[in-house]
Design a protein around this ligand. Structure first.
Ligand code: AMP
Length: 186
């Protein structure tokens, strides 16, 4: 978890490789559907273009389907999910049903001031449709209102591992590996 621009996507791929599990990124799945012009993509794009969250029901159903695939049988890393309280509850149910358990909730902490700059830079390099300044501001607001409070929910369960997300990609990656290697895996 962490705000837009914290480096979740980049680090998720590295962590998933390290633990040999798939990285399941809801943002990537939505973007692939948008590019492919699927009905899910058409629906999701309405929200993504405005910096709003795709409705929980759509998102939850998509994740339920994805974690039921064979490559996720031995575990998985979720990137960008859950983002709302309803998604937390649904994820608990999905995990119970599949016999998994949550090992850790990794939180990347970043200097709020650095985020806008990072995201505007990404807009230049990656050309994401939702990386315009107005949409970025909305995404940061939505994160603060809807998702940041979930950290406390997981902290109560003793699952939160906080890592400083500032610095070079490799440095942050090493901090994450050091922090996660201490955690018992299910
Ligand atoms: P991301 O790549 O994780 O920043 O996600 C890009 C966009 O996809 C978000 O701004 C949302 O519109 C949508 N999205 C991704 N994950 C979720 C989620 N868990 N719940 C709702 N919308 C999501």
């Amino acid at each position: 978890m962490g705000p837009p621009g914290a480096g979740k996507g980049t680090q998720a791929k590295a962590v998933a490789g390290h633990f040999e599990v798939p990285a399941i990124s809801t943002g990537d799945i939505f973007r692939a559907n948008v590019s492919g012009g699927t009905p899910l993509g058409v629906e999701a794009q309405k929200y993504m273009d405005r910096g709003e969250y795709v409705p929980d029901e759509i998102t939850n159903n998509m994740v339920r389907g994805r974690i039921a695939e064979p490559d996720a049988e031995k575990g998985f890393l979720l990137d960008g999910y859950p983002r709302t309280l309803s998604q937390v509850t649904e994820l608990d149910a999905m995990i119970d049903a599949t016999g998994h358990r949550l090992d850790a909730v990794l939180v990347l902490t970043v200097d709020q001031e650095a985020l806008l700059g990072r995201l505007l830079k990404r807009a230049e390099t990656e050309g994401r449709a939702d990386d315009t300044e107005d949409v970025i501001r909305r995404r940061l607001e939505v994160y603060t209102a809807e998702t940041e409070p979930l950290i406390a929910v997981y902290a109560e369960r003793g699952l939160v591992v906080s890592v400083d997300g500032m610095g070079e990609i490799d440095e942050v990656q090493q901090r994450i590996f050091d922090a996660l290697d201490d955690i018992p895996q299910s």
